[in-house]
Design a binder for this molecule. Structure first.
Ligand SMILES: NC(=O)c1ccc[n+]([C@@H]2O[C@H](COP(=O)([O-])OP(=O)(O)OC[C@H]3O[C@@H](n4cnc5c(N)ncnc54)[C@H](O)[C@@H]3O)[C@@H](O)[C@H]2O)c1
Ligand SMILES: Nc1nc(=O)c(N)c(NC[C@H](O)[C@H](O)[C@H](O)COP(=O)(O)O)[nH]1
Length: 227
């Protein structure tokens, strides 16, 4: 069993999620950040790849005090479990995701991760070893389910999203399309990785709804289970 998995990503009008230097870019407007805070609060856990931790240093905490209070009243930690997919245990010990906010942190590493770094991270969070040289995402999702995670939000980046989606591990995709052009053929996109070669392999989505937001558009898709 695995949790319900949804991806939330913000991209520019030309389909980029940051610059070619992987520098964090504000793509969402004010209302979209409010929406993102709400869906974070409604999730049991939030997952990012190590590339995002190193580039953005996100805390992934819930910002709105009312939403934090709501979670408390429901008997939950104020922040969802924060999960880093980090094969070689490269998460900096002073990363905001480990230092800010409350609640559990899970760092998923591979068996090949250097032992000293794994031990150091073990003092700051729960280290889960899944996979030999890269994190086995399907198994990680099973483990998260056993930890009680039923609703998992994936915040990126493009490498992690590609891996999850290409392995059939994503149920919904929320894409915010912002009113800017970033450009650059090497700038990250919502799904990077290897890419599919054959049309038969493409992941097919079903449009659920689309809503103008700030000066952009929020598009919600369901992943089709059959082609
Ligand atoms: N606009 C947005 O909504 C948004 C959201 C998040 C990140 N970003 C941007 O995305 C960029 C970072 O993305 P990225 O693609 O470099 O990194 P990422 O966050 O997708 O992390 C990828 C890394 O995770 C590790 N990993 C371990 N096991 C893995 C597996 N099974 N599959 C995939 N990865 C695995 C690998 O080290 C891999 O390099 C940054 O520029 C950041 O600003 C944008
Ligand atoms: N929805 C969204 N719109 C954006 O314009 C943007 N750049 C991100 N990027 C995701 C990324 O990882 C962010 O850095 C964290 O969402 C910030 O999280 P914190 O405030 O540190 O909790 N996400």
């Amino acid at each position: 069993m695995r949790p319900h998995v949804f991806v939330n990503v913000a991209m520019s009008a030309d389909g980029k999620i940051s610059t070619k230097e992987r520098r964090q870019v504000k793509i969402s407007g004010k209302n979209d950040f409010v929406r993102v805070d709400r869906i974070k609060a409604e999730s049991d856990a939030i997952m990012v790849g190590i590339g995002t931790v190193l580039a953005d240093n996100p805390s992934l905490t819930v910002k709105n005090p009312d939403l934090r209070a709501m979670r408390r009243q429901e008997g939950k930690d104020e922040d969802p479990i924060r999960v880093v997919v980090d094969s070689q245990a490269r998460t900096p010990p002073d990363a905001d995701i480990l230092r800010k906010g409350t609640g559990r942190r899970i760092i998923a590493v591979a068996g090949s991760a250097p032992r000293e770094r794994v031990e150091e991270l073990g003092k700051l969070g729960t280290v889960v070893v899944v996979g030999e040289t890269a994190v086995d995402l399907a198994e990680l999702l099973n483990i998260l389910y056993r930890y009680g995670v039923r609703r998992l939000m994936v915040e990126g980046g493009g490498t992690l999203i590609w891996s999850l989606i290409s392995q059939g591990l994503v149920d919904e995709v929320y894409t915010y399309v912002g009113s800017l052009i970033i450009g650059g053929k090497d700038a990250p996109t919502p799904a990077d990785g290897q890419g599919f070669l054959n049309e038969a392999d493409f992941i097919r989505l079903r449009l659920r709804d689309a809503e103008p937001m700030d000066d952009g558009l929020l598009v919600r898709w369901d992943v089709r289970s059959e082609p």
